[in-house]
Write a protein that binds this ligand. Structure first.
Ligand code: F6R
Length: 366
């Protein structure tokens, strides 16, 4: 049932190209220029009435929601807040009938996420669910559901569900933008074309798993490390760090690269590994100067950059290139080497990759 892979997690990492294709599926129209989301029952008037979006989720799904915030704000120009579900209800969030609440849950059964959904409905908001399980509690109670067609996810560490959630956010962002007219059609077509190319770009990353494995084996001998990045790279850094902690039990922290010097830089010492994501053109120079700050304090830096960029190699110890794509779409590629990093680090430490200690696949307690 692991289809020749040693672990479900590795199998699921390799299933991502298919999960991307299945999640996009018929939601991209035949012309390849726009998005069709027949499952969204909101009328254009209802969409135009949305004043704010709240994205609520836990763990990895929350990290997908952080990318979702950037995507919706950029494409649909609606203000978005992303909250951890176990915090959301207790901060007396301002939810009105003009709020669209998006809950994200692979299982559709996470207690805090479900409770957030109920609270949102009680306040009169419309709730849209992004979930991987048709017929789950979240799917049944939401007003609209975008199903991620990742297929069953068995490994406790979420991989293909996360990336399918990203695809769902891209589709939703484009759909809202089409309705609102917030970006021009040419850009929508460009993003759609970029989405269609993602599966084969993921394949090309997977073909380089051995390179990541070598880095992971080096990382696995350390007890502490950092992930840094700016913007979307920061959102992916958070997910990479969670994945590594969860299955390798190595302590790591993800930091917004520009925030290090406000305290955390004190922890950088000789030889500490730092995984630096620098895939965003607009932020590249700023990220490089933050990388130089950790290098100057002895960090051993693994840089992740977009193919074609030769600059990062000059400032870091080792690089890994992801295929070039639109800046907005990079999370769907840059997270893949981080998933592999976590997997191989866990393997090198002899851990039970698919069933990490203390964790459950579906969290039905608050
Ligand atoms: C981490 C992981 C968890 C889940 C979280 C939410 O790899 O799997 O952080 O993402 O427990 O679960 P769902 O998405 O089922 O609500």
């Amino acid at each position: 049932e692991k289809a020749g892979f040693d672990h479900f997690m590795l199998k699921e990492i390799h299933e991502q190209p298919k999960a991307y294709r299945d999640t996009m599926g018929t939601r991209l129209d035949a012309s390849g220029e726009k998005v069709v989301l027949n499952e969204i029952g909101m009328t254009p008037e209802q969409i135009r009435a949305i004043r704010q979006v709240h994205i609520v989720a836990c763990g990895t799904a929350y990290h997908a929601g952080l990318v979702g915030k950037s995507v919706i704000e950029k494409l649909a120009r609606i203000p978005v807040e992303t909250d951890v579900a176990s915090e959301y209800r207790y901060r007396a969030p301002i939810i009105t009938p003009e709020t669209l609440v998006i809950v994200v849950s692979q299982s559709g059964e996470t207690a805090d996420t479900l409770a957030a959904l109920r609270e949102a409905k009680r306040c009169g908001a419309r709730v849209l669910a992004i979930t991987n399980v048709v017929g789950s509690s979240v799917a049944r109670e939401a007003d609209d559901v975008i199903v991620t067609w990742a297929g069953p996810e068995i490994a406790v560490a979420s991989t293909k569900a996360y990336t399918s959630q990203l695809i769902a956010f891209y589709l939703l962002g484009l759909y809202l933008a089409q309705t609102l007219g917030t970006v021009d059609e040419a850009y929508i077509a460009e993003v759609v074309a970029g989405l269609q190319q993602l599966p084969e770009k993921v394949e090309s990353i997977l073909a380089q798993a051995d390179t990541i494995r070598a880095i992971a084996e080096q990382v696995s001998t350390h007890d502490n490390l950092f992930f840094i990045g700016r913007g979307l790279d920061y959102a992916v850094a958070l997910e990479g760090s969670l994945k590594l902690k969860e299955i390798s039990y190595i302590h790591s922290e993800a930091y917004a690269a520009g925030e290090l010097k406000h305290g955390t830089l004190a922890l950088i010492e000789e030889g500490i590994p730092v995984i630096a994501l620098a895939t965003q053109d607009e932020l590249f120079e700023k990220t490089v100067s933050n990388i130089k700050e950790v290098k100057a304090r002895g960090a051993h830096v693994f840089g992740i950059h977009a193919e074609g960029d030769a600059e990062l190699a000059k400032v870091v110890d080792r690089t890994f290139a992801i295929p070039a794509t639109l800046p907005l779409l990079t999370p769907a590629l840059s997270v893949v080497p981080l998933q592999l990093l976590a997997y191989y680090a866990s393997l090198a430490r002899g851990n039970d990759v698919d069933k990490p200690r203390n964790l459950a696949k579906s969290v039905t307690v608050e």
